[in-house]
Design a protein around this ligand. Structure first.
Ligand code: CAA
Length: 384
């Protein structure tokens, strides 16, 4: 076992760090205040090859290993988690995985190159008003009509819904006996009947777009069914396994940014005649923050490495993906809260970015499977 990154991984890490320092961090506050979608940054991420990270080279992606891509996401999230989620919900973790994992070669050749070439956005349209943690409660239907499926239903909390041109949609095909078969479809640009609803106003990740999506008699050719009818639940679960290390990596980036701000402040803030970092109370907080971030980092990097073992050798990593997600997001919440505490009144104002880090950290414990669901997943693996 060795813990050194290879030279390519170090280069990606460095490149993403420099990109975040120059192109993201200086704009993070303004994007958050204005709840402004980060189009310009997204275009630059695409231009330098740091978007759609999961896609192999032969389909137009960068074709990098999963650990490199977590390293990149971590650094970008050090700049702004909202920007990172906007990019990663596309082809780094969520929206393209059903196609990558369950699509035919023909479908991958048809959909991926135009998406990657032009940096098009794709939604992962799974969640519904009555189907959040309980994926099996999805009510959206796909009725067969000759060579088409007609999709009807409503989705909520969909990342990039207002800007995406493609949609990876989960819907139930109802067979003749009335049985529901959860399935996945790719909806292409310009398909009539796709309606964007209310845009959410959120606590954190305020530059990322989250909105409702409605599908009204949307005709989808049968060639756009990803995998088999009835394969939707397993494709959703596998996709979420792939996504959870990325949530861990974003959480790491947020925690690291908050930690760095707290260290810096503690060295310059003078009270009772000396910098506050001279106080053991502050030192113990910083020591705990650093220890927790490092432990989270090891879990995230391990899960990212295992992701490639799953992709290329079929080795299961559901439990380790959940370990990474649950621990890193809990650490991000704890570390950002402690960073606000160390910065005191200043940390509570919008003069510093640490209050934003704390707001951004909260969703990491909620989306892509709440941390309670992660514990159910882990316990299930322990007890089975
Ligand atoms: N990989 C492959 N197959 C899996 C799997 C996995 N990780 N997990 C389960 N399965 C299979 C099981 O083997 C089983 O197959 P068989 O029927 O052939 O035996 C089947 O799926 C059902 O499994 P379970 O009985 O374990 O499923 P369950 O219904 O009891 O519970 C759950 C599953 C863990 C609660 C699951 O529903 C879950 O993870 N829910 C969370 C959903 C979620 O993460 N939502 C987030 C939405 S996306 C989002 O948040 C995006 C965003 O905003 C940016």
């Amino acid at each position: 076992m060795q813990f050194e990154l290879n030279s390519e991984q170090k280069a990606y890490q460095q490149m993403a760090r420099e990109f975040a320092d120059k192109e993201i961090t200086p704009y993070a506050r303004e994007l958050d205040e204005k709840e402004e979608f980060p189009w310009e940054i997204l275009k630059k991420l695409h231009a330098v090859g740091l978007h759609d990270l999961a896609v192999p080279e032969k389909y137009g992606g960068p074709g990098i290993d999963s650990l490199s891509y977590s390293l990149i996401i971590e650094q970008i999230a050090r700049g702004c988690a909202g920007v990172t989620v906007t990019s990663s919900a596309n082809g780094n973790s969520l929206a393209l995985y059903p196609l990558l994992l369950g699509g035919t070669e023909e479908q991958k050749q048809r959909f991926l190159p135009p998406i990657c070439k032009e940096g098009k956005l794709v939604t992962f349209s799974l969640t519904e008003p009555n189907a959040g943690s309980d994926v099996s409660a999805i009510a959206t239907t796909a009725r067969k009509d000759g060579n088409y499926y007609i999709i009807n239903g409503s989705k909520c909390f969909i990342t990039n819904a207002s800007y995406a041109e493609y949609h990876t949609v989960f819907a139930n095909v109802i067979d003749d006996s009335g049985a529901k078969k959860l399935s996945v479809f790719m909806i292409e640009p310009g398909t009539p009947g796709v309606i964007v609803g209310k845009k959410e106003k959120k606590l954190g990740l305020r530059c990322s777009d989250t909105a409702e999506l409605f599908f009204e008699d949307v005709r989808v050719p049968k060639e756009n069914l990803i995998g088999e009818e009835g394969e939707g639940f397993k494709l959703a679960m596998k996709t979420l396994d792939m996504a959870r290390p990325s949530v861990g990596a974003i959480s790491l980036g947020i925690a690291q940014a908050a930690f760095e701000a707290a260290v810096e402040y503690s060295k310059t803030r003078v009270q009772f005649g000396r910098p506050i970092c001279k106080n053991q109370a502050i030192q113990f907080m910083l020591a705990d923050m650093a220890t927790q971030i490092e432990a989270a980092r090891l879990l995230v990097y391990q899960a990212s490495w295992l992701k490639d073992k799953f992709l290329y050798e079929g080795r299961p990593f559901t439990r380790e993906a959940a370990f990474a997600k649950v621990y890193a997001s809990d650490v991000a919440m704890k570390v950002t809260t402690d960073a606000v505490q160390i910065l005191g009144g200043f940390g509570y104002t919008r003069e510093s970015l640490v209050e934003k880090y704390m707001r951004d950290a909260k969703i990491m414990q909620i989306f892509e499977g709440t941390n309670q669901i992660q514990r159910i997943v882990i316990a299930g693996r322990i007890l089975s």
